[in-house]
Design a protein around this ligand. Structure first.
Ligand SMILES: *Cc1c(COP(=O)(O)O)cnc(C)c1O
Length: 404
């Protein structure tokens, strides 16, 4: 994805062509970038021979899941809907893990009937519920237990999940109790220790601290886990100068851990696979100036991309066609929704924009469309995937009639 002669291209296709054909706001993914990301992660963790389970909540587009399946990825799901999508995409059930604090009876029964790799349990109540279903069906169900390691992921507090004040996983004492309970159950087979401490992590030291906690616990338990599921959370560069995760150091620490405990490693990456492979193309509807700034009112809004409104995330915004004329005004990029948090970015050296220009919101592939809604009764945008010169419509734009 780059400028060619001042015009932005996704692979071989210019934004100018896309907006004519597909209108805006529009989600657009690059197949090449997606492939690069998958190969990058696979190569960085090669020595670990891990099972890589794509976190479906980061992007649950069926066509994208089908592409991931071709790269032999598994799936990390957090609801029956996501599990159904993963299966529909053809992902091997033996590579699917199910996380989440509130899996219902019917969701658990569905997962058990489909013989997925692991249900990662997050409470004693859930263990009892699974045991009940397993008993009634005379089955033995493979489970993991999710530990809350009380580790600071050093990320936005809203996307931190591994501290004791977070609802996720169980504390060490409960973990030990659950191990002992599961060991003695005829209907449960405990196979995995799982963790996921948060998202958009760029400091490998947070992961290293997590590994130390796991290590201590395994020693204390003297139990052999077939799998250790380290979750996802690998961060991406939302800003050009932001810190990169040191995969070499993370991988090295895991390799040592793996050799010591003889376990298979599972990862659950989402953002690092699809985040920077997707953009949103949006049109400037109006410009409105006041004394201190100029509001650039876009046709994309928080219902299309909620991350800025939900957790103050900042996505880079760039013009679709460069004119090299800097604006003296501060630009505030906002959507049309009736909420003051419907605001993407403030920029003080953007190029001069005018009505009907197009801009690009970068790195919107993860937690973008999957978090979108119909708020303000706005139809959801379309999604397209570019492969070289080919454009595939992978999600039709919702029609106003669909809302009625
Ligand atoms: C959200 C989530 C992930 C994926 O996180 P990323 O930051 O997108 O890699 C992995 N595992 C679990 C349990 C999650 O909830």
């Amino acid at each position: 994805m780059e400028y060619k002669n001042k015009n932005f291209y996704v692979e071989q296709i210019s934004i100018n062509k896309l907006v004519k054909k597909y209108k805006t706001p529009l989600y657009c993914y690059s197949y090449k970038k997606l492939k690069e990301n998958i190969n990058f992660i696979k190569s960085k963790f090669k020595k670990l021979s891990p099972i890589i389970c794509f976190s479906v909540k980061s992007n649950s587009n069926l066509s994208i899941l089908k592409e991931l399946k071709k790269f032999k990825l598994g799936a990390d799901v957090v609801s029956q809907g996501e599990l159904m999508k993963a299966l529909k995409a053809g992902i091997n059930p033996n590579k699917i893990v199910f996380s989440g604090v509130g899996k219902t009876f019917s969701e658990l029964a569905f997962a058990i009937n489909n013989k997925i790799l692991l249900i990662n349990v997050e409470s004693k109540n859930e263990v009892l519920e699974i045991e009940k279903i397993a008993k009634s069906q005379k089955k033995v169900v493979d489970i993991g237990i999710r530990l809350n390691p009380n580790t600071d992921a050093k990320t936005l507090k809203q996307i931190s999940t591994g501290k004791k004040e977070n609802k996720f996983g169980v504390d060490e004492k409960s973990f030990i109790d659950l191990v002992n309970y599961s060991k003695n159950s005829k209907y449960l087979k405990l196979k995995c220790l799982s963790v996921h401490i948060g998202s958009q992590i760029v400091d490998y030291k947070s992961y290293k601290k997590m590994l130390i906690v796991l290590s201590k616990l395994i020693k204390k338990l003297n139990f052999k886990f077939e799998y250790v599921d380290l979750g996802g959370g690998m961060g991406i560069q939302y800003q050009l100068d932001s810190k990169k995760l040191n995969y070499e150091m993370y991988s090295k620490a895991i390799l040592k851990f793996k050799k010591k405990y003889g376990c298979k490693i599972i990862f659950e990456p989402g953002r690092s696979i699809i985040g920077n492979a997707g953009i949103i193309i949006s049109k400037v509807i109006y410009l409105k100036e006041n004394k201190s700034k100029c509001f650039v009112i876009l046709d994309a809004a928080m219902n299309d991309l909620m991350r800025p409104a939900l957790y103050g995330a900042k996505h880079r915004i760039i013009p679709s066609n460069k004119n090299n004329k800097k604006s003296k005004k501060i630009y505030e990029f906002v959507g049309p929704i009736c909420e003051s948090t419907d605001k993407f970015l403030t920029s003080n050296n953007f190029q001069i924009l005018k009505q009907n220009d197009f801009i690009i919101i970068c790195d919107a592939g993860a937690y973008g469309y999957s978090l979108s809604s119909n708020y303000n009764s706005r139809p959801k945008p379309a999604e397209i995937m570019i492969k070289g010169r080919k454009i595939n419509l992978i999600q039709k734009r919702q029609k106003l009639a669909d809302l009625i």
